[in-house]
Structure formats: C-alpha cells, structure tokens
Design a protein around this ligand. Structure first.
Ligand code: G4P
Length: 533
C-alpha cells in the first residue's frame, strides 16, 4: 500500500557526497557529521582504529594489507528530523571510476578545501564531473586552525578554476594560532572557536551579536583584530552577492563556509545549510521521459556493484539509487535490460561496512541487493515500465596496463573473469584490433591490484600486469562515416574495442591524440560514454 507519509518522507531526505583532494579532511568531516547524527559517539572510529569501524570496511585482503578502503560507503543518519544519505567517495589511491559514478547518484555535493592549499587537482576533476549534472555544491574551507591562505584569494581561485560564483555564508576571524572563530553573515552571529570543544557540544557563540560595531567584539578578540574583521566584512559584504536559492540549485553558485573539521567547528553550519538549501530527491531523466520522485511507481538505477562485502559469502551487492516510489519488502521489480520480473527478498541499507535489512525505502535512499551476475552498472529497475535511466557514464581511463597470464592455458577464464569485472565497473578492458593483448584501463592505480587480487581469489587465475605505452584514451564516433574506414586503416595500431564493442583510440601521447584529432575533424573523440545505450 502506498505510504500516506510519502511526501513527508521525500521532503526530509537529502542525498549528498563529500568530495575533496586527499587529506583535505573528508574523513574527519564525515566523522563529525556521524557524531551530529548520533551514529557514533566518539571520534576515531571512522579511521578504523577501534573495534567498531563505521566508515571504513576491511572486507578485502588488499584493503587490510594497505590499510585503506577500496569501497564506497553509504551512511544514513538523521539531523534535526532530516534524513541524510551521505555517500562516501573513495579518496586516496583507491580513487576509481566508482568515485565519479557516485556523483551521478547524489542530489548535492559538499566540497572540502584545505585552507592552506586551495583547489587541488582531484577536487578540480571531481567538480568537473558534478558540473556535467549541474549538481548544487556547498563548499567548506577547512583547517582554519592552521596557517591558511588569504580567504579572498581562495574564493578567487574557486571562481576562476571551478567557474562557480562564491557566496560567503561564514567568514573566518584570522587563522592558525590566532583563529578566533567565524562570523555568520546571515545569522549575524559570531561563533567562537575553542581549541578543545567537546565532540558533541555545540559551538560557543556570542548570542545577540547583531552589530559588528558593538564593542563586545573587542572584548573577545581584541580591538586590533576586531577592527580588521569589521573592515574585511565590510568589503566582502559589498563585493559578494547574496545567496540565491535558484542559482544554487542550478549549480551556478556555491555557499562558502569556513571552519576546522578537527575541532568540530563549522561542520554544523554546513549541515544546517544542507537541510535548508540542498534539494530533496530530484527527478532523473530516462531515454523516453523524466521520472519525478513524486511518482508512485518504484524506479531506480544501479550506480555501483561491490564484490566481496562479506568474504564468507563471496557475494556481490548492487547499489541502487531510488528515483521514485516506495520500496517495500517482497515487492516484484522489473529488471528492464534483461526483461525479467524478479522478487528481491533481502534488501539492505548500509552503514558503511554494515548492512541492515530493510522493509521500506524512499527516493534518495540507496538500497542494495544481491547480484548473481545479472546486474550491470546503469541497469534500471521499475515496477513494470520499460524505461532506462540515462546518466551512468563510463569515463575514459587515465591509466593503462597490459595484463598477462602466468599460466597461458587460462586465457579463456581470464577473458571471462575480465568481462565480468568490467561489467561490474571494476575496470575497463580493451582488445586491440591488431593483436591479442588485453589492456586494462582505470582511473586510479589501485584498481589494477584489485583486479589481479580478485582474479586470483574468485576465478583462480594467476595474472600480472605491466606498463604499456598508452597515456590517453578516447571513444570513437563518426558524424558522417565518410572517413571512418580510412581512419581505422591508418590508425589500427592505436585502436581497440571495449567489452561493449565500442571502438576506442589508445594514444601513446597527448600530442599524438591532438594530431589525429586535427587530421580527422569529422571523427568525434569522446572522453565519456554512456553505458547500455
Ligand atoms: P581525507 O579524508 O580528506 O583524506 O582527510 P582526513 O580527514 O583523513 O584528514 C587528513 C589529515 O588532516 C588528518 O591528519 C586529519 O586529522 C587532519 N585534519 C582534518 N581536518 C583538520 C582540521 O580542521 N585542522 C587540522 N589541524 N587538521 C585537520 P593526519 O595526521 O594525517 O591523520 P590522523 O593521524 O590525525 O588521523
């Protein structure tokens, strides 16, 4: 039966991801959010140092060996009566295509920037992906308790590099040892930073501080600094525009917050803005129509497949983002691509490594169920309608290796294993048209080790990889087909097929790619390809 509280359930959900360059503070912020959400009670568990490990799982040997997480975690918690779905994006060496795909399953993003470093390479790449979907972005400038760059300089950099207008919501009062807190421009409150704030305690603030010219400020931070703050705020309130919800929802501007995740300072400002400004579950486009979250029939799409979450069972879990309708236990779902109706008995929600069996779920929620080899990234599930969601793209890999067998007799198994792993989205596999090599393509270096490990554990195949002279890849399409044959003939040594038999150009250098792109102007070299078209 359809839930009468459906609309309410919908409106209280916020599904977002945190993105940052490694070490900017993503894990620390996640932990503080989980503290606010009362999912954890003490700091330190996110890193997995205690017995309870919420935000890191260690389900694979490779993770244990390296002490990092290869998985993408989903965390659900409540904050001020809102239900937050936080999708963690793999960050360090475990950066992979998964990280990009996660961004197609969220409705907003929090970008964390290290105040001493500004925009770093990984942040730039991830934001480029969010810009493709015009995802609303909230920005947190972190580590103000350390020496930082001039905040105005950081905002300039954001505007220039990320092409987003900045709207400061809080403003820092000094930094490093002199960090005194932030002024909340919209609340007109000064929040004072204390070095050792208790983990669950809310911030200390100068209540009723409505007037910057009040001498109360001087008492707290000294006259010299107080005057400096007044001048700075005067400037920034004149220079920067006011927050505009419509522009934010279109991904044209980003509200800016400052703080220290480690000191649990400013994180609740971000959470408050997330529930106030970030959108509830949004509609998604299919090839034939737009699906609205208010629709009563269930729809959802698979954005991630994770293997071996439970090593004892060697299982694979498909992660589904619900777009519309309500999931109820035991309901029949249509697996659109294979045209079959199936009843999925065990549906999970996630708390990082932990799975919880659930009976109900709503748009914006991420649910998971067992995949017995029939589910691929990008698959659509419905209550019967034959529609297919657009938008789980394949991204051109950025690293390449040739994979080879230690025992050449296992070639058939190797091809089967690689096909399955690439259907799951673990790795991309290319077959050159001129030779029998198998080339692996990945976004993050660790994926190659994951593949070797999984081939060994799951398929009993001993394989290794080696460097290969490929630095950039582009999928090939032709506008006119006029010159496609001559292009193929002249460049066969650089061409390969992916597992879906799409032609891809594997260039030995960026210069080589530039030359061939100039030479064949009617050929399209795609950085991205949408699966299952
Ligand atoms: P990441 O997930 O984005 O990679 O970053 P993470 O939260 O792991 O933070 C990276 C390092 O920066 C950690 O220190 C963390 O404690 C520190 N850090 C995060 N936020 C702040 C902050 O607001 N102020 C200061 N001063 N430091 C911050 P680490 O020494 O690498 O790790 P750990 O031993 O502290 O866990």
């Amino acid at each position: 039966m359809f839930d009468l509280n459906y609309k309410q359930e919908l409106n209280k959900r916020r599904t977002f991801a945190i993105i940052s360059h490694p070490d900017a503070g993503k894990t620390t912020i996640t932990e503080k959010m989980l503290l606010f959400g009362k999912v954890i009670r003490t700091s330190g568990v996110v890193k997995g140092t205690g017995n309870i490990k919420y935000a890191k799982s260690d389900w694979m040997d490779i993770e244990k060996k390296r002490g990092i997480s290869v998985t993408t975690s989903v965390m659900q918690f409540t904050y001020k009566k809102f239900l937050i779905n936080l999708l963690d994006t793999p960050g360090h060496k475990d950066f992979s295509e998964d990280t990009y795909r996660i961004l197609t399953a969220v409705d907003s993003c929090l970008v964390v920037i290290d105040a001493a470093k500004g925009i770093e390479e990984r942040t730039q790449k991830l934001i480029d992906v969010t810009r493709m979907h015009n995802t609303p972005i909230i920005t947190f400038i972190n580590k103000l308790d350390r020496d930082s760059r001039d905040p105005i300089e950081i905002l300039d950099e954001i505007e220039k590099k990320l092409k987003l207008s900045c709207i400061p919501v809080t403003w820092p009062i000094s930094c490093g040892r002199n960090f005194k807190g932030v002024y909340h421009i919209y609340e007109k409150i000064i929040y004072l930073y204390k070095n050792k704030v208790s983990q669950t305690q809310s911030l200390s603030r100068i209540e009723g501080f409505y007037n910057l010219s009040s001498t109360v400020l001087d008492q707290y931070i000294g006259t010299i600094l107080a005057n400096q703050v007044r001048q700075e705020l005067d400037l920034i309130m004149n220079v920067y525009a006011k927050f505009d919800s419509q522009k934010f929802l279109k991904g044209l501007l980003t509200p800016i917050f400052f703080g220290s995740a480690l000191g649990n300072f400013g994180v609740d400002h971000v959470l408050t803005s997330l529930i106030k400004w970030a959108p509830p579950p949004l509609s998604r486009q299919t090839y034939t129509r737009q699906v609205n979250p208010q629709e009563k029939a269930f729809t959802g799409f698979v954005f991630k497949i994770q293997a071996n979450m439970d090593l004892k069972h060697r299982d694979r879990i498909a992660f589904i983002r619900i777009v519309s309708g309500q999931y109820t236990k035991g309901m029949k779902l249509r697996h659109v691509r294979i045209k079959k109706n199936i009843i999925i008995s065990d549906v999970f929600s996630f708390l990082a490594g932990d799975r919880l069996l659930i009976k109900k779920a709503y748009p914006g929620d991420i649910i998971g169920f067992h995949n017995h080899g029939t589910i691929q990234i990008g698959d659509t599930f419905t209550e019967g309608e034959d529609i297919k969601f657009i938008g789980i793209p394949s991204f051109a890999p950025e690293m390449f290796r040739r994979i080879y067998l230690t025992n050449p007799l296992q070639q058939k198994q190797l091809i089967k294993g690689l096909k399955q792993l690439s259907e799951e989205g673990t790795i991309q596999v290319f077959r050159p048209i001129n030779n029998n090599n198998l080339i692996l393509g990945a976004i993050g270096i660790l994926q190659f080790d994951v593949v070797i490990e999984r081939l060994k554990m799951e398929y009993h195949i001993d394989a290794q990889y080696e460097e290969i002279n490929v630095v950039v890849a582009r999928w090939i399409r032709s506008k006119t087909h006029l010159h496609l044959d001559s292009f193929k003939n002249n460049n066969s040594m650089y061409l390969a097929y992916d597992i879906f038999n799409n032609l891809i150009y594997l260039a030995p250098s960026q210069a080589n790619l530039n030359i061939v792109m100039n030479e064949y102007s009617d050929i399209i070299f795609d950085k991205m390809r949408t699966k299952n078209q």
